[in-house]
Ligand binder design. Structure first.
Ligand SMILES: *Cc1c(COP(=O)(O)O)cnc(C)c1O
Length: 392
């Protein structure tokens, strides 16, 4: 096999994990939808649950292995495990590395399922201790550290506030305390930020978002040292069963080919649109890491090459007007998720269960906006006509 590690990121997006199909000579590896693989002649001593052997698709599938190879290369990690969703990847990490009486420090604004897993389920069911802190503030992390701290988990940029946490500095704190640093890097994708190179132990992605990029397949991944990834494969994949469908792995493999092109476009358009919104008289605030007004803009510049496509903003208006604004949009689609080809917007009202953790300007609700790949001009014109319809 040729040495694919020498190539640049863009080239790896295309070639790593692909190969010539031995049976047909096809230049793309096929989709294999089988649930089982033929056993060796003497299966008497084999490990039925080996997550690196093709035995049963809940243990791993051919298409999953190809995708793992590609994602490990893109993040610069030794190995990768791909699961059925971003949440199954996150839950898999917590399940594998937290035990009874262990302590985890997590960002107090994070993906909603992470908030519930760490704030409710793990403490209530398994006796895990959780500290939810503002991870943009190193002092808060230091104060929260305990002798039994096993993980510091950050999401950067964070969903939905776009808060940025300093990966390199937090890695130092984690390692000095004997804890793992796990980073949900979904908003950045592997093209804009490399947490492992900055000292993180595990990087987690919802593949559902930018990595697939086309809004038509769910998946999750964890990348890091083989020893850690093998534990997740053994404990959380085979035995919790959050496996990815081979078809979704195949779709994501296809989506990731254009990741660099897409991330450049998302980032360029989002910066232009964030600046347009910030200058509009009816806009109360815009949270986007690429704006100089963003509280962690300097950290974002240090650890990201561009600022991706997600922002949050609010209007100088009441709840009804926010709803009216969303419904007045003609191009931008009101739907959850981020990182699709189409622009997506969702109005999160003030009854969000994490509202008390949000920065002051978010308290009356906010619009989370994922800028898609349409022409920036069309997106801005759509926002303009919606402002007008609402009399803003
Ligand atoms: C969407 C998202 C997740 C969850 O991913 P799913 O694929 O929907 O399970 C986790 N983290 C972040 C930052 C997300 O945006």
């Amino acid at each position: 096999m040729s040495d694919k590690t020498k190539y640049s990121f863009e080239t790896k997006c295309i070639h790593t994990g692909n190969g010539i199909d031995k049976e047909t000579g096809a230049i793309r590896r096929p989709l294999t939808m089988a649930n089982s693989y033929r056993l060796p002649e003497d299966a008497s001593t084999m490990n039925w649950s080996d997550p690196n052997q093709l035995v049963y698709t809940r243990n791993t599938s051919a298409n999953q292995i190809y995708l793992q190879e590609k994602l490990a290369a893109l993040e610069g990690g030794e190995d990768c495990v791909v699961l059925g969703s971003g949440v199954s990847a996150l839950a898999g990490v917590f399940f594998t590395f937290l035990e009874k009486d262990a302590h985890i420090i997590c960002s107090n604004v994070s993906y909603i399922a992470v908030y519930r897993l760490l704030h409710e389920y793990f403490p209530d069911k398994f006796g895990v201790e959780t500290s939810l802190v503002d991870t943009a503030n190193l002092q808060e992390i230091k104060q929260a550290l305990r002798p039994n701290t096993k993980i510091i988990h950050i999401e950067t940029p964070g969903n939905p506030t776009t808060r940025v946490s300093d990966i390199a500095e937090i890695a130092k704190l984690a390692h000095a305390a004997g804890a793992l640093l796990t980073v949900d890097s979904t908003f950045a994708s592997p093209f804009l930020q490399h947490p492992l190179a900055l000292g993180a132990d595990l990087v987690i992605h919802s593949l559902t978002k930018y990595i697939n990029g086309h809004g038509d397949a769910m998946g999750g991944a964890v990348i890091g040292q083989r020893e850690l990834i093998d534990k997740i494969k053994g404990q959380a994949m085979v035995n919790l069963g959050g496996v990815i469908s081979p078809f979704n792995a195949w779709l994501i493999m296809r989506g990731v080919v254009t990741l660099p092109l897409r991330m450049k476009q998302h980032s360029d358009s989002a910066l232009e649109i964030a600046q347009f919104l910030e200058s509009h008289r009816a806009v109360k605030f815009v949270a986007y890491p690429g704006l100089t007004s963003h509280p962690q803009h300097e950290i974002a510049k240090k650890q990201m090459t561009m600022f991706s496509g997600v922002m949050a903003f609010g209007l100088k208006a009441d709840v009804d007007t926010h709803n009216k604004f969303v419904n007045a949009l003609e191009l931008i689609v009101p739907a959850v998720s981020i990182g699709h080809d189409e622009s997506l917007i969702v109005y999160v009202g003030p009854n969000d269960e994490r509202n008390h953790f949000y920065p002051a300007e978010f308290k009356n609700g906010h619009l989370r906006f994922s800028v898609g790949l349409e022409a920036a001009e069309d997106i801005i014109n759509d926002l303009r006509q919606a402002f007008k319809k609402c009399g803003l």
